[in-house]
Design a protein around this ligand. Structure first.
Ligand SMILES: Cc1cc2nc3c(=O)[nH]c(=O)nc-3n(C[C@H](O)[C@H](O)[C@H](O)COP(=O)(O)OP(=O)(O)OC[C@H]3O[C@@H](n4cnc5c(N)ncnc54)[C@H](O)[C@@H]3O)c2cc1C
Length: 394
């Protein structure tokens, strides 16, 4: 365990968002403690893919390039998607997005979460002002006028002028600070895995909307695809328990054999889906980022992209305050971050929730509306371009 006890900023959670924030803050002469209940994984066999992947937008790519992290991702493994095919099972609605229409090389990249985390931590290991404390168990959080203090299970303590909660959707820090959330559990879980398909995925992200939820095939390297299959809780559990051959058959069937037979299946896991936003993103000496502040349906793959935008905005506000020798935990400074991010996040959360509702409805009128909507989007160029710009995170 690190012996130094005083820092400028404590970041609780060294996942994709917490580590991005640490990289962004490390550009100033700040002492940063980045802590996590688990130490990041750095060794694995490249024969298997991580079952957790993220669609990373151009905006997040630009940030990671700026932080000298992107080249480390490229040195590992990533997969560009140049096109998106989205269609509705209940009608003839279909939309096809092609990066070439915007003169872009791709619409984003599918990257394994462990690759992103490793690249961020490789960068952090080169910096001398970020201390990684892991594995640690936080036991107590005291926030007073002077500092935020964390007490660990081993009896040690650290303190800083500001603590940032980047400890995910079930944030312990958020709970200790008594910050409430507004949201609900969805009637769907996401089954995730990776597969090898008979036909090549054509560097395309495919999404079929079915009555019980969207089924996505996201392109990985060497013709493999990552699967995010959102469906009712019981169906998701049943799919997880099927033997490999039966699962492969049901998956191919549910995808209308668009990529042919499923030839190989990776391990499977199920995640119940939630929607929420915290009532506040900040308190004096505390800020929330990423899933600690908001969670949404993964149907458009935006969660971590919003989290990285939170990290970039908070770093911007804090670095400016530090340059002016202001107190980083001052409520008025943190309020700038909250105002900046809340409007953007809310718009995305609302859109994703509306899409989820729109595509779940079996009402004839709504089915007509969404099929027409998809076809209109496909045919009206400015609308289509606007969706693609949004997918790029612009
Ligand atoms: C099926 C699925 C598919 C998704 N696909 C996409 C996608 O394509 N694109 C996208 O942008 N987003 C996607 N998301 C959302 C994305 O995974 C999350 O938004 C992202 O993981 C949030 O990152 P985070 O760092 O905020 O939280 P997390 O990834 O949850 O990291 C939290 C960190 O905090 C640590 N931690 C937790 N509790 C404690 C504690 N008590 N003490 C210390 N440390 C703690 C954890 O160990 C972890 O390292 C998807 C989500 C799901 C469920």
């Amino acid at each position: 365990m690190e012996t130094e006890k005083n820092y400028d900023v404590i970041i609780a959670g060294a996942g994709m968002v917490g580590a991005t924030l640490a990289c962004a803050l490390s550009r100033a002469d700040l002492r940063i403690a980045l802590l996590d209940a688990r130490c990041p994984e750095f060794e694995w066999s490249d024969e298997a893919y991580d079952i957790r992947v993220s669609a990373i937008t151009r905006a997040s790519q630009n940030l990671l390039e700026d932080l000298k992290v992107w080249s480390r991702i490229e040195a590992q493994r990533l997969s560009p998607y140049r096109e998106m095919q989205v269609w509705d099972d209940s009608g003839d609605g279909h939309v096809h997005f092609d990066s070439a229409d915007l003169g872009e090389p791709d619409l984003g990249h599918i990257i394994e979460n462990r690759v992103i985390v490793k690249a961020l931590h490789q960068r952090l290991a080169e910096l001398n002002n970020v201390s990684l404390l892991c594995p640690v168990e936080m036991k107590k959080l005291d926030i007073n006028d002077e500092a935020a203090r964390v007490s660990f299970a081993d009896g040690s303590q650290i303190q800083a002028r500001l603590i940032v909660a980047a400890d995910g959707g079930r944030s312990w820090v958020r709970g200790q600070a008594g910050i409430g959330v507004h949201g609900w559990e969805y009637d769907q879980s996401a089954l995730v895995t990776w597969v090898k398909t008979e036909k090549f995925h054509q560097d395309t992200a495919w999404q079929r909307f079915q009555p019980d939820g969207p089924l996505a095939f996201l392109p990985l390297t060497e013709g493999y695809s990552s699967i995010v299959w959102s469906t009712g809780h019981e169906h998701a559990q049943a799919l997880r328990e099927l033997d490999e051959a039966a699962f492969a058959e049901e998956l191919a069937e549910s995808f209308a054999h668009r990529l042919g037979a499923i030839e190989q299946v990776g391990p499977r896991a199920v995640f119940p889906l939630r929607y929420f936003e915290t009532l506040h993103y900040i308190q004096a000496r505390l800020a929330l980022v990423g899933d600690a502040a908001h969670m949404m349906h993964p149907l458009a793959g935006q969660g971590v992209n919003l989290g990285m935008a939170d990290a970039a905005a908070l770093a911007d506000v804090l670095l400016e305050a530090h340059a002016r020798q202001r107190d980083l935990g001052d409520y008025r400074i943190l309020r700038r971050y909250e105002r900046w991010r809340r409007a953007d996040n809310r718009a995305m959360l609302f859109s994703m929730d509306s899409f989820k509702l729109l595509f779940s409805s079996q009402s004839q009128a709504i089915r007509w509306l969404r099929n027409t909507g998809l076809n209109v989007t496909d045919r009206v160029t400015p609308l289509k371009h606007a969706f693609m710009q949004r997918a790029l995170g612009r």
